[in-house]
Write a protein that binds this ligand. Structure first.
Ligand SMILES: [Zn+2]
Ligand SMILES: [Zn+2]
Length: 207
């Protein structure tokens, strides 16, 4: 069963495109108000990000204020064409979502980068996974991907912002016992813990 009280993909005002209302404190208070029990902050990170110590410290501080919420400090990093992720390695061990953030227009390159990223031990989750307009995966490729995800203990996120993965992918992942969790990918306070847009996907996975 997917746990609607846990949101594993929330942004904060540490990125350059989310509103100030998305402070660590505001997200925590809002999540308490709507009775979530777990929040994973998954801020967009690059190898060059210089705000990470402040960000981690602020989440730690918040966690020590006696909130009942489990606060996970983590990151979302871009999968690069060489199959690595744009992530500063000194933070390995933190919760890490690896996602595609640019178009490849090349299935072979895309699939190869994805498979390498799945094999990275410090990646925990594959974020908002879906095909591009110019290609789709065959059932056989999706079965193979499922096995790789399982062997490497990776979770596939069901993402409310992009409504992904698509149902066909979800079906094959589910049949092959891939692990799922929910991520709102909130870039606004009102999106935290809000999974209404993917009610059909949640329903499918749970039944
Ligand atoms: Zn993303
Ligand atoms: Zn995101």
């Amino acid at each position: 069963m997917l746990d609607l009280k846990k949101d594993y993909h929330v942004h904060s005002n540490y990125n350059d495109h989310s509103p100030q209302e998305l402070s660590i404190e505001n997200v925590t208070r809002y999540a308490e108000k709507i009775s979530l029990n777990t929040i994973a902050f998954a801020e967009h990170v690059r190898k060059t990000s210089d705000w990470i110590p402040r960000y981690l410290e602020e989440i730690d501080k918040m966690a020590s204020t006696g909130t009942k919420l489990t606060l996970i400090s983590g990151f979302e990093a871009k999968i690069l064409k060489d199959g690595t992720v744009d992530f500063p390695n000194e933070y390995e061990g933190h919760f890490l979502i690896a996602s595609f953030h640019s178009k490849y227009n090349n299935k072979r390159e895309w699939l190869s980068a994805l498979k390498s990223a799945i094999c990275l031990p410090y990646v925990k989750v594959i974020g908002h996974l879906a095909p591009e307009e110019s290609f789709d995966l065959t059932d056989g490729e999706l079965v193979e991907l499922s096995q790789l995800l399982r062997t490497n203990s990776k979770t596939v996120e069901i993402n409310a912002k992009y409504k992904r993965p698509p149902m066909k992918w979800l079906r094959i992942f589910k049949d092959n016992k891939v692990n799922f969790h929910l991520g709102s990918d909130a870039h606004k306070l009102s999106e935290v813990g809000n999974f209404e847009a993917i009610a059909n996907l949640i329903d499918y996975v749970d039944n």
